[in-house]
Design a protein. Structure first.
Ligand code: GUN
Ligand code: ZN
Length: 442
């Protein structure tokens, strides 16, 4: 069969390196009038439109998006699909919020039909917000993982997810056992890990809700399946850290609990990582584990302020994440905005260029998927979004005086949300179109 080619013309931005560490000029590629050439769902190349148009095979359809910005799809490094329906449930901090809002909600995912309905909504919502890859918590029920992977497979998105392990300090209806969790995870890995674009994530909820035996078995799985993700929470809240200290008196720190059980390695992603010390950060960097910085969640639950400078000083990888339902938006643009504000509160800085890096190539690197997604280098999977600089009257007005790329990105990050995401493409095919774009095409 002949290869299926297509091309997309517009401004183009993608990253080659972290603007926080590389010299700014080398970190990214920006083309005012660019062309993204796609074949069979993969990037052939991105370059100047004038030059590339002439070299396109005859008959290649060119989609004209001049005036808009094409960039790789966003990566959300930590989010809970089973909490979609309790986003914006307020009051209290982490531990009482879990008891009051989250555990009762997650009980509903014992039922497969409910899990499937939420998974479909959740994934369409990710796409509508420009997110094409995410690392996702389910609930403790096996049905929650099967339903999710089925919905994800239909959309051909690159996603990691897993059934949550929790065998103590939670309601009876949400409790598994070390044996059942191990068996379920093993079977789910066999069934789903590496199927199409899907990845399994070994998902102990956090040290409080897993016994030593459960963590030990999770570590065994992590060793036996090095390509699967490890996905958990770490050092989010002061009361949580204190409880972990009492539960594991022999451990040097909260992080050390996970390390002792073999849960620190590449493709291990820990949400929050706020209350860490220098040794913890050093161990994360050395083992290749990565942090998911969840600013909207951390502000919502009053958990604390992520320390970007200390993370950089330790050479730790980190990504951005929404952490819905504690997070308050599925939008990585809104997440960047709150990341900027957290940095401000710490007396630190986060440039718009770096925020967009973190939401794309930085996220891909944290998940160790940078050879597949996160940029427009030749051969990458063609997951991309089309950003609108005039999504609202105020944005349109502000963009008129934003002269440089950095100024325009800054306006998108501070004023933007899903309204700025005109279209989302998965493997070169339209996967979501905003109401505004749809209305215009009629
Ligand atoms: N720690 C353990 N479980 C959770 C959860 O569901 N959300 C957040 N934000 N933190 C957690
Ligand atoms: Zn979380």
């Amino acid at each position: 069969m002949a290869a299926e080619s297509s091309a997309f013309r517009g401004a183009i931005l993608y990253f080659r390196d972290d603007p926080g560490s590389a010299s700014a000029a080398d970190s990214h590629v920006y083309l005012e009038d660019g062309l993204l050439v796609v074949e069979d769902g993969h990037v052939v190349r991105a370059g100047p439109a004038e030059a590339l148009l002439a070299s396109l095979p005859k008959g290649t359809p060119v989609t004209d998006r001049r005036g808009l910005l094409l960039m790789p799809g966003f990566v959300d490094a930590h989010v809970h699909y089973a909490q979609t329906d309790v986003i914006a449930s307020g009051g209290g901090t982490l531990l009482d919020w879990l008891e009051r809002h989250i555990f009762p909600e997650e009980m509903r995912f014992a039922e497969r039909a409910h899990a499937s309905e939420v998974a479909d909504f959740f994934l369409d919502e990710l796409l509508r917000h420009g997110t094409t890859t995410a690392l996702v918590f389910g609930s403790v029920h096996r049905a929650s993982a099967d339903a999710f992977f089925e919905a994800a497979g239909k959309r051909r998105m690159r996603l990691g997810a897993g059934q949550v392990m929790m065998d103590r300090h939670c309601p009876e209806g949400l409790r598994d056992t070390p044996e059942s969790a191990h068996r379920d995870a093993h079977e789910l890995i066999e069934r789903w890990d590496g199927q199409g674009r899907l990845h399994y994530a070994i998902t102990p909820r956090f040290a409080i809700t897993s016994s030593d035996e459960q963590l030990r078995r999770a570590g065994e799985l992590a060793r036996a399946h090095p390509n699967a993700f490890v996905h958990s929470h770490l050092a989010e809240n002061v009361a949580e850290v204190e409880w972990v200290r009492r539960l594991f008196p022999a451990a040097r720190s909260y992080l050390d609990v996970y390390e002792r059980f073999g849960l620190l390695r590449e493709r291990a992603i820990y949400a929050h990582c706020i209350h860490l010390d220098a040794e913890d950060r050093r161990r994360m960097a050395q083992t290749g584990a990565a942090a998911a910085f969840c600013p909207t969640s951390n502000l919502f639950l009053g958990s604390g302020l992520f320390d970007i400078e200390a993370t950089d000083a330790a050479h730790m990888r980190f990504a951005l994440a929404t952490d819905v339902g504690a997070g308050t938006s599925f939008s990585l643009l809104q997440t960047m905005q709150d990341a900027y504000k957290v940095a401000q509160q710490k007396g630190q800085s986060l440039s718009a260029l770096r925020a967009f890096y973190l939401a794309t190539l930085g996220g891909a690197r944290a998940l160790r998927l940078e050879d597949r997604i996160g940029s427009f280098e030749p051969g990458r999977e063609a997951d991309f979004i089309v950003l609108d600089p005039a999504a609202t009257p105020l944005m349109e007005r502000r963009m008129r005086t934003a002269k440089t790329l950095e100024e325009r990105l800054f306006a998108w990050m501070i004023l933007g949300d899903e309204r700025a995401v005109r279209e989302t493409y998965v493997l070169g095919k339209p996967a979501s179109t905003s109401a505004r774009a749809a209305a215009r095409s009629h």
